[in-house]
Design a protein. Structure first.
Length: 126
């Protein structure tokens, strides 16, 4: 059933979204639901993103590169420490300087549902 979560190897894929634009966050949540994923947490700024990344259980994350002018790199570093896969979704074209070399390719905004689907597939296979 749609919206119940994406099962990969018996594990539901709960996604954490870090996005400062509320409309983009809502659109991303809808697109993920269309693909069978469930957004279990979201954060619009660096402070809340760090707290959520540290204290919440999720399977993977999608990070906006710039959060109201602040880099999301500290969140990415925390996700690396926790062993959580993530990808960047950005209109800036590249991951922030200092990003982990293992970071998956950047999802360029604006993106289509099919592009998100491919990025999520690569993320779940990582």
């Amino acid at each position: 059933m749609p919206g119940e979560g994406k099962w990969v190897d018996g594990i539901m894929k709960d996604i954490f979204i870090v996005e400062d634009d509320a409309l983009i966050a809502m659109l991303l949540e809808d697109m993920l639901a269309d693909l069978g994923y469930r957004v279990c947490a979201s954060a619009p700024d660096l402070e809340r993103a760090l707290a959520t990344a540290r204290d919440t259980e999720f399977d993977a994350a999608i990070l906006d590169v710039s959060l109201a002018g602040q880099s999301s790199l500290p969140v990415a570093k925390l996700l690396d420490e926790r062993g959580k896969p993530y990808l960047y979704a950005t209109g800036y074209g590249t991951a922030p300087d200092g990003s982990s070399p293992s970071t998956l390719p950047v999802l360029q905004k604006p993106f289509q549902l099919s592009e998100l689907e491919q990025a999520m597939k690569r993320l779940t296979e990582a």
